[in-house]
Design a protein around this ligand. Structure first.
Ligand code: ZN
Length: 480
């Protein structure tokens, strides 16, 4: 009994500690009642999405930058270090692994969706997206991507269609919602049928329709740099834009150049701020190709774009929220301990080292481009020529060469492009940068957040929470 008796001062201290702990835990459990409610929601919101680039996408690029360029990376070094870090789950309503449509719907609308659905919840609800609410609050809104502009991730931030493949319908919805800025690829769905490059099944000239609504239209890098006006439509390729390694730098702008223009356009002449979605799709496309060099170059470019938002944040720190995240991981990339020979217990173990990054940096083309060079029926001579022209110092094991020529890969993994995926295995054999799959995985993805409201995104959460926090911050804008 005597052990339960405490001196009066100690009891008082305990009561104080318990009360304080209770107060803190209530605050942390109810983010909407925390800092966000005490200050108006952020005036400027950046949503950066590295499609298909999970935690390993960032970490591989961080190590590459340090080893090869003696440089840091903005996302871990600035956004996370000065802001916060969260993880979000990625699963959709009907699977353990998501596609970009269901993931972006969760992150833009706050509900679980079925694979393929855009802006429509699994229970049939069609809630307004964070961007539609932002627009109602008077914010300027913009979508920037290296994918076709009608691709699932950007489309889910303003569009609502039951199937992400309804591309022309998505473009028609863009015209109705009228985001202030649209930059990316995908001109094919803006041209009337019969026009070279068109993929539409009707006679609508959507470029003319946007121009009629007051949009300036640009189609290459130099036009983009000179663009003026209050609304901007930039379509730089017929479908998706090029991998960073293959990009014609005179014609196609980079993601950071598009980001620079987006900031300039959206900031101009508006007191209510802006919300912009900026995506690098090529991190996902390169992941499907099991192309480590292209993933790194795409993520480096993504991080450069985040760096521009960080410079903007430094000018407006109390009004700018930066979120840098992903929708899912693609490929399960990682450096691993491998064997020198396949399936041999006596084979020597090969460890990944920094020298492997030096091999990766010597690769000057994407595996998509390499597959195009080889053509649909690669010959043995063409494969040898490709290896000596573009993969100096790499060896193509005989078994892998055979698989490449037969376009036959082992297992039941879904291979996106058997030629590119065989070359991906070749690079893995030479660098220990192995892929678990060529499809999406169920790994959680990171959310790096900096600025007012960033604390809401801290911790381990669901991907629908991402939208819910933005709704909270936008609701707070009402009380301004
Ligand atoms: Zn994908």
């Amino acid at each position: 009994m005597s052990r339960l008796k405490k001196p009066k001062a100690l009891s008082l201290l305990l009561v104080t500690v318990v009360t304080l702990a209770g107060y803190l835990s209530v605050r942390s459990m109810a983010p909407g009642l925390g800092a966000a409610a005490q200050s108006p929601g952020p005036k400027y919101i950046f949503i950066f999405l590295a499609d298909g680039a999970g935690i390993t996408g960032m970490e591989t690029t961080r190590m590459f930058n340090r080893v090869v360029h003696n440089e840091g990376l903005n996302i871990p070094d600035k956004i996370i270090k000065q802001g916060s870090l969260g993880l979000i789950t990625v699963h959709p309503a009907d699977s353990l692994t998501t596609d970009s449509a269901a993931a972006a719907t969760a992150m833009a609308s706050g509900c679980k969706a079925k694979i393929g659905a855009l802006g429509i919840c699994a229970d049939g609800r069609v809630p307004k997206t964070v961007m539609e609410i932002g627009k109602e609050k008077g914010m300027r809104i913009g979508l920037v991507t290296t994918a076709a502009i009608y691709d699932a991730s950007p489309a889910a931030f303003t569009g609502h269609v039951s199937d992400r493949k309804f591309f022309s319908l998505i473009v028609d919805q863009y015209l109705r919602v009228a985001p202030d800025l649209l930059l990316g690829g995908g001109r094919d769905q803006f041209l009337p049928q019969g026009r070279p490059g068109s993929s539409r099944k009707d006679d609508k000239d959507m470029i003319a329709a946007f121009a009629k609504k007051g949009y300036t239209y640009v189609s290459d890098r130099s036009e983009l740099s000179r663009a003026k006006g209050s609304k901007l439509l930039g379509l730089f390729t017929l479908q998706e834009m090029s991998f960073e390694l293959d990009r014609d730098k005179d014609k196609e702008p980079s993601l950071s150049e598009m980001t620079e223009t987006a900031i300039r356009f959206l900031e101009a002449g508006n007191q209510r701020g802006f919300m912009v979605f900026i995506e690098n799709e090529n991190t996902d496309a390169a992941g499907h190709m099991t192309d480590v060099a292209s993933v790194i170059q795409a993520y480096r470019e993504f991080d450069r774009a985040v760096g521009l938002a960080y410079a903007f944040y430094r000018k407006h720190p109390r009004e700018t929220l930066i979120l840098a995240t992903s929708d899912h991981d693609t490929g399960g990339l990682g450096f691993t301990l491998a064997l020198e020979e396949p399936s041999s217990r006596r084979a020597k173990r090969v460890d990944a080292t920094e020298a492997d990054f030096k091999k990766i940096v010597s690769i000057g083309i994407s595996l998509k481009k390499a597959a195009e060079i080889l053509g649909p029926d690669p010959t043995s001579e063409a494969v040898d020529r490709l290896m000596s022209d573009h993969f100096k110092g790499f060896t193509l094991a005989p078994d892998l060469k055979k698989m490449l020529l037969n376009k036959q890969l082992p297992g039941r993994n879904i291979y996106t492009d058997p030629v590119a995926n065989a070359l991906g295995m070749m690079i893995a054999n030479n660098t220990q940068a192995y892929w678990g799959a060529s499809g999406h995985t169920s790994q959680p993805v990171l959310v790096a957040a900096l600025g007012p409201g960033s604390e809401l995104f801290r911790g381990y959460q669901d991907n629908t929470d991402f939208a819910k926090h933005l709704f909270t911050l936008l609701r707070d804008k009402n009380s301004e």
